[in-house]
Design a protein around this ligand. Structure first.
Ligand SMILES: Nc1ncnc2c1ncn2[C@@H]1O[C@H](COP(=O)(O)OP(=O)(O)OP(=O)(O)O)[C@@H](O)[C@H]1O
Length: 598
């Protein structure tokens, strides 16, 4: 319940006055419905549908008094006119209230979506190492909508309580004993239906789990669609989907079974109660037709409200796990927050004068694992020079780069920029100074121009072509029918691997970074284009600090220093030729292996 109240508090502080207006509208609608019940008294009496006897007073004498004072010939017309007026007023308020409700709900949904997205964007990289991307997509798509509709459901529940209260008050006026009896039976039944709410909550938990698995499954499958097609794995994936759909089906059917079971109990009890009331009223208390009709009206008005409360509680129980889940994600994000407020907008890049340094740096991904991913790393990266990091697969090269960019924090030791530790305030300026080109670069489904402008939104066409020229991409881009406006598909699927890498390289250069980090960024290039990129890097050497990870050692021939990593430790460090000539060294060994392979 506290999770639900957290979001209700949120919607109150977010929506403010408009929410109170909404509640007021609900009360008005409830009142109009209540007046509708009161009108039944004169309606029954003066229409003569039931033989009440005009001389008899009903349970609400003041209503009789009002209508008795109206001339008989226009009395019925007035009653009917009031009735029509009430229906019109009721419909009018209900329409406005529905619109207002939707506005509040949609605004709250946008607020929830924006805020959750913002905290997700502001968390550190460690959060993304711990959580599955598909779980986060599930939160942003499914869970947020469930929470928003759950909050709305709660507001409707409050409105239902208000309606019930108004109707109970009016019914109490008409027949206190009858109203109290219905209420006692209703609340006893609600009390004994607690287990339905618990069961709904369990089904809600199962729904979240299923959505997570589903989202993870389909994102894996469509990310790997090429592998699926080329290895003809379609059938097994179709089977997975079919068996999964069955689980979804069962989950929803179970929920409906549960909901309808409690409603069935309410309806059966209501049938027995109404039959019992009418029987005892007529047989034992000789009730008049008007009184019997009143009993039926009161019962049929209040009882559905009580069964509605039960149904609302079950629905809230089902959504409760989503409230809990969203709060836990938001709290985890807050703990992992690395950008506070809007500080990201006014950050300017720093100019690095002397260089970067790793001082006794030790790191491991999981504090429980005994082996360190990087151990006792001492290293200087001089400004405006090229540093290459090489080593076998799994040696820790990418991890070293992630630490350099401040994505992960060292467990021990520190990383310094011009002698100042990389942490807190200088973390974001450092990242602003870096252009990073990963192994599998990110291109989104848009035009080449949009992909380039993503990094430097104000760049002119001239600057774009210059960057493309620099990365040896100008030739292929100008050869495309739509040039810069060519659409490149999901993750740049309509380009070759080498074209993608050159495009991302152009994008990195466009930013004119102080530090250019290339993580296996030229692996897909042919030797001709690789030579061109090497020449480009050579030109950049005096202007920016370049850090290159490369398996293909020919790429780093021009490096000013080479760092050789093995099992998380630096085992060799020096100039390219110096390391190549050390016959005992692992670098020479790696070189020989590559020569033999060629
Ligand atoms: N997110 C992670 N969680 C746990 N372990 C990780 C994670 N990322 C990498 N590792 C482990 O850390 C070690 C170093 O990985 P890293 O990616 O830095 O190696 P690498 O030298 O860049 O390898 P490659 O050349 O194959 O890309 C590997 O043993 C890897 O399994």
């Amino acid at each position: 319940m506290k999770h639900l109240l957290f979001f209700v508090g949120n919607i109150f502080s977010f929506s403010g006055r408009i929410l109170y207006l909404n509640l007021l509208g609900m009360i008005l609608i409830g009142l109009l419905e209540g007046i509708g019940i009161l009108l039944l008294v004169p309606f029954i009496k003066y229409t003569g549908v039931l033989n009440v006897g005009l001389e008899n007073k009903s349970q609400v004498p003041w209503i009789d008094n009002i209508f008795d004072s109206i001339p008989q010939e226009i009395r019925l017309a007035i009653i009917l006119a009031i009735y029509v007026g009430i229906i019109i007023g009721h419909s009018f308020f209900q329409r406005n209230q529905t619109i207002l409700n939707t506005q509040i709900q949609q605004k709250f949904l946008s607020h929830l979506r924006n805020e959750t997205y913002k905290v997700l964007m502001q968390t550190n990289w460690g959060f993304y190492l711990k959580n599955r991307k598909s779980d986060i997509i599930n939160v942003m798509t499914t869970e947020i909508i469930r929470v928003s509709s759950g909050t709305n459901l709660f507001l409707n529940f409050v409105a239902a309580l208000v309606f019930t209260l108004i109707q109970v008050t009016i019914s109490f006026w008409l027949s206190p004993i009858m109203t109290i009896t219905v209420l006692i039976f209703g609340f006893v039944l609600i009390f004994f239906s607690k287990r339905f709410i618990k069961k709904s909550s369990k089904i809600g938990e199962e729904t979240i789990l299923l959505s997570k698995i589903y989202m993870a499954g389909i994102s894996d499958h469509f990310n790997g669609i090429k592998d699926i097609k080329s290895n003809s794995l379609e059938e097994s994936h179709i089977d997975w989907m079919q068996s999964f759909s069955l689980k979804f089906e069962k989950n929803v059917v179970n929920l409906i079974k549960l909901k309808t079971k409690s409603q069935l109990i309410f309806k059966v009890v209501s049938a027995f109660l109404i039959a019992g009331f009418v029987y005892f009223s007529v047989k034992m208390f000789q009730a008049q037709p008007a009184q019997v009709m009143l009993i039926v009206v009161i019962f049929t008005r209040i009882w559905p409200r009580l069964s509605g409360i039960q149904s609302n509680l079950e629905q809230l129980g089902e959504i409760e796990p989503s409230f809990k889940y969203l709060i836990s994600i938001q709290e985890e994000c807050k703990k992992a927050k690395e950008i506070h407020g809007n500080e990201n907008t006014n950050i300017s890049a720093i100019k690095i004068k002397k260089g970067l340094q790793f001082l006794d740096v030790t790191f491991r991904y999981n504090i429980d694992q005994s082996l360190y991913t990087l151990k006792d790393i001492n290293l200087k990266i001089p400004t405006n020079k090229m540093t290459a990091v090489v080593g076998r697969s799994g040696a820790g090269k990418s991890t070293l780069i992630d630490l350099l960019m401040g994505l992960n924090k060292p467990e021990e030791g520190q990383i310094l920029i011009d002698g100042i530790p990389v942490k807190g305030e200088n973390l974001l300026p450092l990242r602003r100074s870096i252009s990073y080109v990963p192994q599998d670069p990110f291109l989104f489904n848009g035009s080449i121009r949009e992909n380039l402008l993503m990094i430097e939104p104000h760049a002119t066409d001239e600057q774009l072509w210059k960057a493309l020229e620099f990365s040896s991409a100008a030739e292929f881009v100008s050869g495309l029918p739509k040039g810069l406006d060519t659409l490149i598909g999901d993750r740049g699927i309509r380009l070759s691997g080498g074209e993608r890498q050159r495009l991302v390289f152009a994008r990195a250069i466009l930013r004119k970074p102080s530090i250019l980090v290339l993580d296996e960024a030229t692996s897909a290039l042919d030797s001709d284009n690789e030579a061109k990129i090497q020449a480009a890097l050579e030109k950049l050497k005096g202007e920016m600090t370049i850090v290159v990870i490369a398996h293909r050692l020919s790429t780093i021939k021009n490096a000013d220093q080479v760092i050789v990593l093995d099992q998380g430790r630096i085992i060799q460090q020096g100039g390219y030729n110096q390391l190549a000539s050390d016959k005992e060294g692992i670098f020479n060994h790696l070189l020989e292996q590559q020569m033999n392979a060629v």
